[in-house]
Ligand binder design. Structure first.
Ligand SMILES: Cc1cc2nc3c(=O)[nH]c(=O)nc-3n(C[C@H](O)[C@H](O)[C@H](O)COP(=O)(O)OP(=O)(O)OC[C@H]3O[C@@H](n4cnc5c(N)ncnc54)[C@H](O)[C@@H]3O)c2cc1C
Length: 549
């Protein structure tokens, strides 16, 4: 006879069916502060939807059932289609309906990018693969907008709130999504090494037809309806809009060779592709390809940071929730002094990430403002670097709070930890971001002024901040004369990020968060491990900022 199953003791319940937004004081405050208070009610509604069991189940299902490539049909003819699990389509349908792809372009208004950033951050708590085509579509709009006359039908379909999964010509669809193709085998960071060639089919120039031959080594979300692709034209490296279908309804010659077997991001397909004289339309002038696609890249970098902040928040919430329900050595984990320190430190990192990314999002709302443009120029790579870099460390430490169960795929953290390094790699890996910070500061001196306007008003509030800021500004001032600036680029970028987080917490943060941040990240070296906050911090208050009791 079988032994009866032992009684289940000392288990924290699942953390689902809660409002992702209403339980997140830091995000609620940031939304209002950065100019999108009017969207509060919409985000409460979205927070309820996204925190539901349905959404968590869809996110898990889409990642447990990765997409499959059908390169050929059964007769051997090329098919080049990717089949996704129904959960993927349902997630994308909801994401697009919520306008988390191109909402701010479809309904421009003050605070639109900030409101989308908040929604996108909540989405990142649930599922990350679907964010890839959403982000690329978000960035495609400003990249194509300068050539509205050539790309008006594409722009209109990008702004649609209907997700249409049909593998069909764009003209027959209710909405489209776009991807990007830059990285080749021989180089992703140095795209000037691209070898894909583009020959004019007739007359040359923006909006004209070219034929592309070559390959891309990473080509994500290949079922998108079109891609912005870099290729060498007679006039230099150029950007092309390459659709999946031609005007006559036939399939464009994009040959999907293989799907990557990825660490995370498994719901999404990332393909290797060859172009066999594929049809493409020139975006911007020949030779202006990097500038044209960077218009898309800058929005992608913003989203990388927002996505990482969301990932951190979900993992830290799961950790706090677990510790509030699990006992060890006679009391709740959340009552053990050392665990209180770990949770508070994780929550503080999460708070600082949310505050900083939401501030950056505001700089994207002020599209025409010169000062905001300069801040955006320098702060985007800073924030992409630092927030994305912190995510794997935070997710890993949060996993440990759940003990052995944290490491098991049944739990909520394993998938998110596997996801967490990605944002730091794509659209400019860590070093590339730090070199971009240097480039911004040395080539456009007015970016110093934009940074100063963010950091200087808080001078005089706290001597630890004053000392930190003085040293940083002095080092940034010497940048032009420094022969080892590249060598120190990570250190400088990290210091700018920490100074900006400190300034924002000094200006707006509640006292416990501000004090803990100054004591642990400004007065002391950034901690090697979480759980090293000094005595006297208000540990309970810090944790409650990220997940309300
Ligand atoms: C899941 C996934 C999806 C992706 N999807 C797409 C996509 O849809 N489209 C697309 O175009 N690409 C995509 N990529 C590719 C990604 O953008 C590149 O992998 C990335 O830009 C780095 O390029 P690389 O892999 O060629 O590495 P390399 O360029 O070889 O760089 C390797 C390392 O060297 C560092 N490095 C490079 N130059 C310097 C320097 N001067 N000084 C110091 N360090 C340096 C980099 O920071 C990096 O850490 C995807 C990648 C992943 C993982």
């Amino acid at each position: 006879m079988n032994e009866p199953t032992p009684e289940l003791l000392n288990q924290s319940p699942e953390l689902t069916d809660y409002n992702l937004f209403s339980s997140h004081s830091v995000l609620i405050e940031a939304l209002a502060r950065e100019g999108a208070a009017a969207d509060h009610a919409a985000l409460v509604k979205l927070g309820t939807e996204l925190g539901s069991v349905t959404m968590f189940t869809l996110g898990d299902a889409a990642n447990r059932n990765p997409p499959r490539l059908h390169a050929f049909d059964r007769f051997g003819a090329r098919r080049d289609e990717v089949e996704f699990h129904p959960a993927w389509h349902e997630l994308l349908r909801r994401l697009v309906a919520a306008g988390l792809h191109t909402g701010p372009w479809a309904q421009p208004r003050p605070g639109a990018h900030v409101a989308r950033a908040a929604g996108y951050m909540l989405w990142a708590e649930v599922e990350n693969g679907t964010q890839c085509p959403a982000t690329m579509s978000y960035g495609a709009v400003p990249a194509l907008a300068p050539q509205r006359a050539d790309f008006a039908p594409w722009l209109a379909l990008l702004l649609s709130r209907e997700y249409d999964p049909a593998f069909a010509p764009a003209g027959k669809k209710r909405g489209v999504l776009m991807g990007m193709g830059m990285t080749e085998r021989q180089g992703g960071s140095d795209v000037r090494s691209n070898t894909t060639r583009a020959l004019p089919a007739g007359a040359r120039g923006p909006g004209r037809e070219y034929r592309l031959t070559g390959h891309k080594w990473f080509f994500s979300a290949p079922m998108c309806d079109a891609f912005l692709v870099l290729a060498q034209a007679p006039g230099g490296l150029s950007c092309f809009l390459v659709p999946r279908f031609l005007a006559d309804g036939s399939v464009n010659s994009l040959r999907l060779l293989r799907l990557k077997d990825k660490l995370g991001n498994r719901s999404n397909a990332s393909s290797e592709v060859e172009f066999a004289a594929a049809y493409g339309l020139l975006v911007a002038e020949e030779g202006r390809g990097i500038a044209a696609i960077l218009e898309m890249g800058v929005y992608t970098r913003l989203d990388n940071a927002i996505g990482s902040a969301g990932l951190m928040r979900q993992c830290v919430s799961q950790a706090i929730h677990h510790a509030r329900g699990r006992r060890a050595f006679g009391r709740l984990l959340a009552e053990q002094p050392l665990m209180r320190n770990v949770l508070a430190d994780l929550a503080l990192e999460c708070e600082a990430a949310v505050v900083l990314t939401m501030r950056l999002a505001r700089a994207f709302d002020a599209q025409a403002d010169e000062q905001a443009m300069l801040l955006r120029r320098v702060l985007t790579p800073v924030v992409k670097y630092w927030v994305c870099k912190r995510a794997p460390a935070v997710c890993s430490e949060a996993m440990e709070v759940l003990g052995g169960n944290g490491y098991v795929e049944d739990g909520p953290i394993a998938r998110r930890l596997r996801e967490s390094p990605l944002n730091s790699i794509w659209e400019g890996s860590g070093n590339i971001m730090c070199l971009d910070v240097l480039r911004a500061l040395t080539r456009e001196p007015r970016t110093h002024q934009a940074l100063a306007e963010l950091l200087l008003p808080l001078r005089g509030c706290d001597p630890r901040y004053d000392r930190y800021l003085a040293a940083l500004l002095s080092d940034l001032g010497d940048l032009g004369d420094s022969s080892d600036a590249e060598l120190r680029a990570r250190e400088l970028t990290q210091r700018i990020a920490l100074a900006a987080q400190a300034a924002l917490l000094l200006a707006h943060g509640p006292a416990p968060s501000c004090e803990a941040f100054l004591a642990s990240r400004i007065a002391a070296a950034a901690p090697a491990a979480f759980g090293t906050l000094p005595r006297g911090c208000d540990f309970a208050a810090l944790s409650a900022r990220v997940l309300a009791e």
